[in-house]
Design a protein around this ligand. Structure first.
Ligand code: SAM
Ligand code: DTB
Ligand code: SF4
Length: 332
């Protein structure tokens, strides 16, 4: 927290459903004014943290997450791939560092890693740390022992999303329970790894469900250090393909409410930026988003091209980690 910001808002873990629904129901300007005030109290509003993603093991996943192009249950255009080699990971990490990212997040399409997988990803961790990057992994469910092994190997963050409210969850995923997700999050927290946990908006859930997700996050004994708010990326072949688009203002409201409930967290404007115009992204940054994924690809889906992001940040006067200034000759 910057020194000037003796926070007026205290960290609360007892948010009530009615309070959160009332925030959502505020006139848009009132909600953004309030969220932006909280944002300024806790953070430099002109700074954005950037993470780069790498899919270290793609596709053929046993889970049936209805949004996911990597689920083996659906016929999507994803070509399954084996676990990447150490050299491939090293190359990507070096490139991410050179392009200005501060954190490198490795994702695997697993329900959970086996202990052998864990040996392999722990080697990858060493390579990424050597490249001078903070490390993050998202590998599915973890046992208590596995979380401890990752901590001992120097993992900084673990991403494991709740995705939606407990009530809506069953219509999106049937192959693992909400409680199993909460258990993994507890193992990660207990091991002393920073928690990255959020969800997906625009899956046909109601505002009650968005509220339910944010309540779960905000009522944890410690708020996640990082809260990714993903806009559903609709992928052909998945059950959610073709669902009605969410009003972008409702997405901005969700960022604003997350910022108010979890003042200290990095709220990440995550997947879905490629389908979002720059004005909507700017509103998200005003409402309190202070982290993004940077690089041409997310795990498998498209993300804005780096030169576009550099231009956007430049136009908004936003400083993003160690990103270079945009080249005058870059295409718009
Ligand atoms: N397999 C691991 C797991 O599910 O825990 C880790 C990788 S998984 C792809 C990481 C997260 O990406 C999911 O929890 C989900 O929130 C997000 N995600 C996947 N597909 C998405 C999509 N089409 N749109 C938005 N977010 C998506
Ligand atoms: C998160 O919340 N979003 C990222 C990251 N955590 C791992 C993943 C988004 C995936 C979008 C679809 C794809 O690229 O396959
Ligand atoms: Fe598998 Fe993760 Fe995709 Fe679910 S979100 S299908 S667990 S890769």
């Amino acid at each position: 927290m910057p020194e000037h910001s003796v926070a007026a808002d205290t960290l609360r873990h007892d948010w009530q459903r009615e309070e959160v629904l009332a925030l959502y129901a505020l006139p848009f300007n009132d909600l953004l004014y309030r969220a932006h005030g909280v944002f300024r109290n806790w953070h430099d509003p002109n700074k954005v943290q950037i993470s780069t993603l790498l899919s270290i093991k793609t596709g053929a996943c046993s889970e049936d997450c209805a949004y996911c192009p990597q689920s083996g249950h659906y016929d999507t255009d994803i070509e399954p791939e084996r676990l990447l080699s150490l050299e491939e990971v090293e190359q990507s990490a070096t490139a991410a560092k050179a392009s200005g990212a501060s954190r490198f997040c490795m994702g695997a399409a697993w329900r959970n890693p086996t202990d052998k997988h864990l040996d392999e990803v722990i080697e990858m961790l060493g390579v990424v740390r050597n490249a001078g990057l903070e490390t993050c992994m998202t590998l599915g469910m973890l046992s208590r022992e596995q979380a401890q092994r990752l901590k001992a190997a120097g993992l900084d963050y673990y991403n494991h999303n709740l995705d939606t409210s407990p009530e809506f969850y069953g219509s999106i995923i049937t192959t693992r329970t909400y409680q199993e997700r909460l258990d993994t999050l507890e193992h990660v927290r207990e091991a002393g790894i920073h928690v990255c946990c959020g969800g997906i908006i625009g899956m046909g859930e109601s505002r009650e469900d968005r509220t339910g997700l944010l309540l779960q996050l905000a009522c944890m004994p410690s708020h996640p250090e990082s809260v990714p708010i993903n806009m559903l990326v609709q992928i052909k072949g998945t059950p959610l393909y073709g669902i009605e688009d969410l009003d972008p203002f409702e997405f901005v409201r969700t960022i604003a409410v997350a910022r108010i409930l979890m003042p200290q967290a990095y709220v990440r404007l995550s997947a879905g930026r490629e389908g979002m115009n720059e004005q909507t992204q700017a509103l998200c940054f005003f409402a309190g988003a202070n982290s993004v994924f940077y690089g041409d690809t997310l795990l498998t889906a498209k993300n804005p091209a780096p030169h576009k992001d550099q231009r956007l940040f430049h136009r908004l006067g936003i400083e993003a980690d160690q990103l270079p200034a945009p080249e005058a000759s870059e295409p718009a």
